[in-house]
Design a protein around this ligand. Structure first.
Ligand code: GLN
Length: 486
């Protein structure tokens, strides 16, 4: 059961081979056994999970056509508000915070009858690429516990890779779904900006943040996205579009598919082992009927610098709400109101978050706004234009998800710029608001997983899932699981 696809779990539930309570118990027991060494979950609550499972079993939703995921457990990144559950966002600032309502995404999964197993560890306020910035300690990569799982959705990736949950939610501001998916051998999808509601998803950089599914396969991701996506009047950036069945094109053959290969993604910077796995995947796509087209993304080299102006600028504004007054950590001793604000924030936030707030405040300040923030916004437009031009000659773009396989703890944490470069291939996609995906495509150094990135045009999710699924029908990278785990 722990290796089953969502479709298989759904069928087993429909045939009464198992129940929601049995499935939840199976995964909760596994979490109890393995989480102490992996640290993927920040919070679990057996009582709450089993109560949801009992509701699912009694609801009549299990086995029903419009709620195919009913009775199946999943876990949420701790950035999503979950009513009655502690929601920490990986920070000391919210270590005592019980969410008073559900994020739209959480609510949608609840209505679909899915069972929440718990809340997943993450980099503090989703700032990081290794999970080393979490106040709750780093998550270990199940493929090698001396290595990082990626970030910021590292808990989500580790939990699914170690089969502690059949699926998880993640969020991606600059790569936080795709990069950990790549480093842990999973399939992860960041939808087009505005497709998944951000309501109740704690904001890091609002113009970039987007929630999405992380699971074993593209087919699983399609089913999850069917539940997650949709217009939400409570999110002003949510897009009002007709509902889509993201699984509708899964089986379509790929004959005639044009895959764009940006020369900027295949230059220096990518490790040789990653390159070998990515090229082998492209060869597989040729066999499936695709042709390769060279494309250019001339401004993509500016994506990391532009992101590290725009994202901190938005973060500095978003995080001003954590002031010790309304919720979150409040310093126990202070002289007056100003002292209370500064002590609460000094104590509640970790180093990386403070670094971003300082950068963001600086680039927005008088005299620097034009030089940095405005300039970065112009670059953002140029980057989006590059993609529009590239998609004139191809249907999707492919390349590596991350420049290297999972690195060891401590390897990059002392050098923020090195850490920031982990997202060199993913960030441009967020700046352009495009959908991006990572699928496992082999193994590299130290037998660690490698991810292939697929980038589509706006609203290209169904096509991308089709492209990923056809590859997964002829390869088995996505069903491999870490050795050494029970
Ligand atoms: N690693 C990037 C950062 O630290 C992206 C994080 C994310 O996508 N949330 O900002």
């Amino acid at each position: 059961m722990i290796n089953s696809s969502l479709k298989e779990l759904s069928a087993a539930l429909a045939r009464k081979k198992t129940s929601a309570v049995e499935l939840a118990t199976l995964f909760l027991d596994r979490i109890e056994k393995l989480n102490p060494s992996l640290n993927a979950f920040v919070t679990t609550d057996r009582e709450k999970a089993l109560a949801m499972a009992r509701v699912a079993d009694a609801s009549g939703k299990v086995g029903a056509g419009d709620t195919p995921l009913a009775g199946i457990p999943l876990a949420h990144k701790d950035i999503f508000m979950t009513s009655g559950w502690r929601t920490t966002c990986g920070s000391k600032m919210l270590s005592n915070f019980i969410a008073p309502y559900d994020a739209t995404v959480v609510e949608k999964f609840k209505v679909a009858g899915m069972v929440t197993l718990g809340k997943l560890n993450m980099d503090e306020f989703a700032m990081g690429s290794s999970n080393e910035t979490s106040f709750y300690g780093p998550v270990k990569n199940p493929w090698d516990t001396a290595r990082v799982p990626g970030g910021s959705s590292g808990g989500s990736a580790a939990a699914v890779a170690a089969r502690l949950a059949p699926a998880a939610t993640g969020t991606d501001t600059g790569g936080s779904i795709r990069q950990p998916a790549a480093l842990c051998g999973l399939t992860g999808l960041k939808p087009t900006y505005g497709v998944v509601s951000r309501y109740g998803m704690i904001a890091f950089a609002s113009s970039l943040d987007q929630g999405g599914p992380m699971a074993k396969s593209a087919e699983d991701c399609a089913l999850l996205l069917n539940t997650m996506a949709g217009f939400d009047p409570r999110d002003s950036t949510s897009l009002e579009r007709p509902a889509e069945d993201y699984a509708r094109d899964l089986e379509k053959p790929l004959q005639g598919l044009r895959i764009g290969l940006p020369k900027e993604f295949f230059g220096e910077g990518m490790d040789a082992d990653v390159r070998a796995a990515v090229e082998a995947a492209l060869a597989e796509y040729r066999k499936l009927g695709a042709t390769m087209v060279e494309v250019n993304l001339p401004n993509s080299g500016l994506s990391v610098p532009a992101y590290y102006v725009i994202a901190p600028a938005e973060a500095s504004s978003n995080l001003s709400r954590f002031d010790g007054v309304r919720y979150g950590h409040r310093a126990p001793d202070y002289a007056d109101l100003d002292d209370m604000y500064s002590k609460s924030r000094a104590q509640g936030f970790g180093e990386e978050v403070k670094r971003r707030i300082l950068i963001g405040t600086y680039v927005l300040s008088h005299g620097y706004y034009d030089a940095y923030y405005l300039q970065a916004q112009k670059i953002r437009r140029l980057i989006a234009n590059d993609f529009v031009a590239a998609f004139k000659s191809c249907d999707v773009i492919m390349g590596p998800t991350a420049p290297s396989v999972a690195f060891r703890f401590g390897d990059k944490s002392a050098d923020p710029v090195q850490m920031y470069l982990s997202d060199i291939y993913t960030i441009a996609v967020n700046l352009a608001g495009l959908p991006g995906m990572s699928i496992p495509c082999g193994f590299g150094n130290a037998d660690m997983p490698v991810g292939l990135q697929i980038v589509g045009p706006w609203f290209g999710e169904a096509k991308m899932l089709n492209i990923a699924h056809r590859y997964q029908l002829v390869t088995d990278w996505h069903i491999r699981q870490p050795g050494g785990l029970p």
